[in-house]
Design a protein. Structure first.
Length: 84
């Protein structure tokens, strides 16, 4: 019997490096809508939790979000890269 080593990940959220471009676009649109509604002093989110099938999402501000099975997390760094 073999046991896989347990990795201690101190990063807030582990996410894949390459995301589906349509998910990334939907996440950026969601963040842009948030910026448009809250132009003054908006809080910087950690990222967006987005459903892979419906492309509905929600901005995440907490350190350890709970994702549904069909959701993936798009970190703010990847959102920001396409905005500017």
């Amino acid at each position: 019997m073999y046991a896989a080593p347990q990795l201690q990940d101190d990063s807030p959220i582990a996410s894949p490096q390459l995301l589906d471009p349509t998910l990334l676009k939907a996440a950026r649109l969601l963040y842009r809508a948030y910026k448009d509604v809250h132009p003054d002093g908006i809080q910087r989110p950690l990222g967006v939790a987005i459903d892979r099938f419906t492309h509905r999402g929600q901005l995440i501000f907490t350190q350890k979000p709970a994702l549904l099975l069909t959701e993936c997390f798009v970190p703010f760094d990847q959102l920001e890269a396409g905005l500017y």
